[in-house]
Design a protein around this ligand. Sequence first.
Ligand code: 13P
Length: 252
Amino acid sequence: MRQKLVVGNWKMNGGFAFNAALLNDIKSGLNQANCGVAVCVPAPYLAQCQLALSGSKIAWGAQDVSAHESGAYTGEISATMLRDFSCDYVIVGHSERRSYHGETDNLVVQKTQRALAAGLTPIVCVGETLQEREAGQTDVVVSRQVNAVLEAIDVAEVERIVLAYEPVWAIGTGKTATPQMAQEVHASLRATLAKKESGAAVKVQILYGGSMKPDNAQELLAMPDIDGGLIGGAALKAADFLAIVQAASGGR
Ligand code: 13P
């Protein structure tokens, strides 16, 4: 049985005072969480997170990682540096990185490999644009994105990844995939995983991301292949984030 997982992706938001209040409110409101909880914060605040969250039930991570191990790569942050701050997770291949920073499937693969090699759990994001959905290309696009990763990693590593289905048209737009639409893609992602490793396919958590909020979380999380959420906007408000955690805790 898969445990549900709720991850906040703070994107480029926050500041010392804001983070301190948000982390404190999340920590103190998290009494009955019966699911995994994590926050992926801007890299400069990893130390603050480590201090605030050590010993709590909340894990933390970064939003990107370098494809390189170390060396002359100005501005990059390596996977081992993230481990130095006790990160458990790192988001790779977010659509904002793919579209604004030109990240290719191949680069996402390299970042995933670096994360795995350093002992991090990569949260590998996949998702189609509105144009691709309207052209009936959703399955083709997300299977291409996930297969690129699956072909490059060992069978034993498959169960060490988390997948996130984030339809690009639903991110930050207030438009959410219906539970049925999301479930269809999640089921197809699980079938793709099963072709690589059937044992791992039942273990890998597949999160949904894209305008998940307290008022739609429960019905999305009730779907058999939706194992949690990758939350943007609603992760910046403790009450909203906690309500989604609660919805995930009441699930299977
Ligand atoms: P929103 O929840 O703001 O739509 O963002 C989703 C997302 O991109 C999480 O990674």
